[in-house]
Design a protein around this ligand. Structure first.
Ligand code: GLC
Length: 752
């Protein structure tokens, strides 16, 4: 009897193994991927690791968009693309800008032997804004100013819906760079200078994009980028080197990636352009394998940044040639190549020569296939395109609410909110242009964007409004037009000057900010300062609207204008939100996610500096920053009690509680911040570090109690022994509504 049972069991086992098929949708994605790998040739596996830029996306200035899939362009090297796809030698595309193209590319992939669908990615950094007709939310620096992570989850979910409905299943976001140098053009694309703020914003965005349980069948794949430490490149220039101690790497740059991986389960990571301590990230095995996978437990795949593997040779002068660069990147842990020819051949040859074990290819291709199965691409390879956004709520309303919460009032001598002005003069190159959308956005239809001038017209219907908007071009601000502005200003009751930077990626108007638009100074570009001074010379009250993707140095403005509203790049509804604040319909509540320096000479200028940073002062200027991290005014006054540390039961550290009251006169939002400092430890510590924050809303006269539990994570430091611990000693807990000492009250905690 036993023998019969054994035989039956064995048969059942053999049948079940034989029956397992990667087409079986009941199997987990990882198992389906392993089964499919077994049927693939080496070439087909390496093909999954190859990403190309979609033919219709031709970076500005590199020729006209392709008319068909087979077109080639010397600059992009995408020769015989259609045949490569049919041979299964392409696994992914990026920047597919039209649903028609996404469909055409996927149909080509269906002609390949195994019909493996393509994974199409795009930089949906603040909405799917590289596609016309999609919702353009405020840029990340503006969203960070809300200190409202929940908003990011909503925006992530809405963005995922708008992407999938256009055949796009992977975004190269969130950007988790910690931006600590405003000369760097990409500050506007980040969530600012603080690791906790960046971590919380990034984590929530990934939850929105991928779903909290990473249910990719109804969401999209996110990408934590750029690993690592590109946010304070030498000289402020994008991709420049980075030297960083392990302590600083672990305390400042790694936390956002740890949160993205361990708490949000991000499915992909993108390596950074720069080197870290002499080894370029794209060839850095310690970074991509030992740290990312072995220590942090990352279970997805790593994509290179644009042509950065070739740059191991051409830019870093680290690999002797591009073939060696390709091979080293695979050995280090890069799983997918963005973008172009020659990578495929080099990797296949390296496996055939025994330099790269095929197991490494199986690991890379297997992860990529697993994500494709999880996204449901095998069941629905050719996207069902919807041109009207369906079903995830009112995206425009989210964009407007996000814009409202992200506006930062830096100065107000009482002129705001404006009380029914009769004659307004709205002036400046950013007053009526789509630079309000920021970087990573294509021009949207004018009907979809509310500029500042349009918003003001709507909010002040009975005022007479004169404008001078320079056609949206900073270079049109010159001596002649400034004279006109000066004249017009004298006829107004109040002047609204809308100045700043231009981050428009596709604008012929002269970009000054955004990716690869780094600057060696932080002043208002062009003759905008002269424009501001001329308008102020009229003697009329001036409200400055700063529209920018970096922390500009605006010391003169702070001393000479009546009010300053830093709007960053508030997206498609920005003009409405700004006008609502000017009219008092919205009470501003945004807080700075970065320090604003007085001048570029102060850089590096961050809030969590070490005690020895200012042991000396500058000889001929003020050493402190212009506006501090976490700072932002309201039309209401909020008062904060002294923080009280309530002892914990058991071995916790206790809970700090603060009473906050809105003394009016308006209902309004406020951001309660908790900083912690430890003066004496085995390593020098920052004067303070943000360890918790909570956005609250209080009606006029209302009060509430905010409590923060003090945790190990808040107190620990990466000490002299090269390990994390909570070192004994006295800790100061500081609470308030900015990082400035004058806005904080404190209590102490002693750790035995
Ligand atoms: C760029 C950026 C990266 C982006 C990629 C694709 O080089 O560094 O953030 O995702 O190219 O556009």
């Amino acid at each position: 009897m036993k023998r019969i049972l054994f035989a039956l069991g064995l048969t059942a086992l053999m049948v079940s193994c034989a029956r397992k098929d990667w087409k079986d949708t009941s199997l987990p994605a990882s198992e389906r991927a392993s089964l499919l790998l077994k049927e693939m040739t080496l070439e087909e596996k390496v093909g999954q690791m190859c990403q190309y830029v979609a033919p219709c996306y031709v970076p500005p200035g590199q020729g006209s968009p392709y008319k068909n899939i087979d077109a080639t362009d010397e600059n992009l090297g995408n020769k015989d693309l259609a045949d490569k796809i049919r041979r299964g030698e392409v696994g992914s595309f990026l920047h597919c800008l039209t649903p028609k193209e996404a469909t055409a590319l996927q149909e080509l992939a269906q002609e390949s032997r195994l019909k493996v669908p393509l994974l199409i990615g795009i930089d949906a950094i603040h909405g799917n804004a590289l596609i016309e007709g999609c919702t353009v939310y405020p840029t990340n620096i503006n969203l960070a100013s809300t200190f409202n992570p929940e908003l990011l989850e909503t925006i992530g979910a809405e963005t995922a819906a708008e992407m999938r409905q256009r055949g796009l299943y992977w975004t190269f976001g969130p950007n988790l760079d910690v931006a600590r140098d405003p000369r760097w053009g990409r500050m506007g694309e980040t969530f600012g200078e603080d690791a906790l703020l960046v971590s919380e914003m990034g984590k929530h965005e990934i939850w929105g994009l991928q779903g909290r349980d990473r249910d990719l069948s109804t969401h999209v794949l996110a990408c934590a980028k750029h690993l690592i430490a590109g946010g304070e490149p030498f000289g402020g220039l994008n991709a420049a080197p980075m030297d960083v101690s392990e302590g600083k790497l672990r305390e400042i740059y790694l936390p956002p990636f740890i949160a993205a991986i361990k708490e949000a389960g991000v499915g992909t990571v993108m390596a950074a352009h720069n080197e870290v301590n002499g080894i370029p990230c794209h060839g850095n095995k310690w970074l991509l394998q030992d740290l990312l996978r072995d220590e942090m437990g990352f279970d997805g795949f790593v994509v290179s940044d644009w042509m950065d593997i070739e740059r191991l040779h051409s830019m870093h002068h680290w690999a002797p040639d591009s073939t060696e660069a390709f091979v080293r990147s695979v050995e280090a842990g890069i799983d997918m190549h963005m973008q172009g020819d020659n990578y495929f051949e080099a990797v296949v040859a390296a496996v055939n020569s025994g330099r790269i074990p095929e197991k490494r290819i199986d690991q890379a291709a297997g992860k990529i296939l697993e994500m494709k199965f999880a996204l449901g691409l095998f069941e629905n390879p050719v996207p069902e395109i919807k041109t009207v956004i369906e079903g995830v709520g009112d995206h425009g309303k989210t964009a407007l609410e996000a814009a409202r919460q992200g506006l930062v009032l830096l100065k107000n001598d009482g002129i705001l909110p404006l009380s029914s002005p009769r004659r307004l003069f709205v002036v400046g190159p950013n007053a009526d242009s789509q630079t309000i959308l920021g970087d990573w956005a294509v021009p949207q239809s004018d009907s979809a964007v509310v500029t500042v001038a349009e918003g003001i017209r709507d909010a002040f219907p009975s005022a007479s409004i004169d404008t001078l908007c320079f056609g949206g071009k900073i270079s049109n601000v010159d001596a002649r037009t400034i004279a006109v502005a000066r004249h017009k200003a004298s006829a107004a009751d109040v002047c609204i000057v809308v100045v700043g930077e231009n981050s428009q990626r596709y604008s012929a108007f002269g970009r000054t900010c955004g990716e690869n638009c780094d600057r060696d100074n932080l002043d208002l570009p062009g003759m905008q300062q002269q424009l501001l001074e001329a308008v102020c010379a009229s003697g009329k009250p001036v409200v400055m609207i700063l529209m920018t993707g970096r922390a500009n140095s605006i010391e003169w403005a702070k001393d000479n204008v009546s009010a300053i509203l830093n709007v960053w790049e508030p997206g498609q509804a920005g003009g409405q939100a700004i006008a609502e604040v000017l009219a008092g319909q919205v009470n501003p509540s945004g807080k700075l996610p970065v320090t604003m320096p007085r001048s570029v000479g102060q850089v590096q200028n961050v809030y969590n500096y070490k005690h020895s940073q200012y042991s000396r002062q500058f000889a001929t200027s003020v050493s402190g920053c212009l506006f501090p991290f976490g700072y932002g005014l309201s039309y209401s006054k909020f008062s904060f009690s002294e923080p009280v540390l309530e002892a914990a039961e058991g071995d916790g550290y206790g809970t700090v509680s603060i009473e906050v009251r809105n003394d009016g006169p308006y209902d309004g939002g406020e951001v309660v911040q908790l900083y912690i400092s430890q003066e004496y430890a085995s390593v020098t510590r920052p004067v303070k570090e943000l360890k918790a924050f909570k956005r609250i809303f209080l009606k006029n006269g209302e009060s509430t109690t905010v409590k923060f539990e003090v945790t190990t994570d808040m107190l620990k430091c990466f000490g002299a022994g090269g390990k994390w611990s909570v070192e004994p000693g006295e800790y100061t807990l500081l609470t308030g509504n900015s990082s400035a000492d004058e806005d904080l009250k404190s209590t102490t905690l002693t750790v035995k």
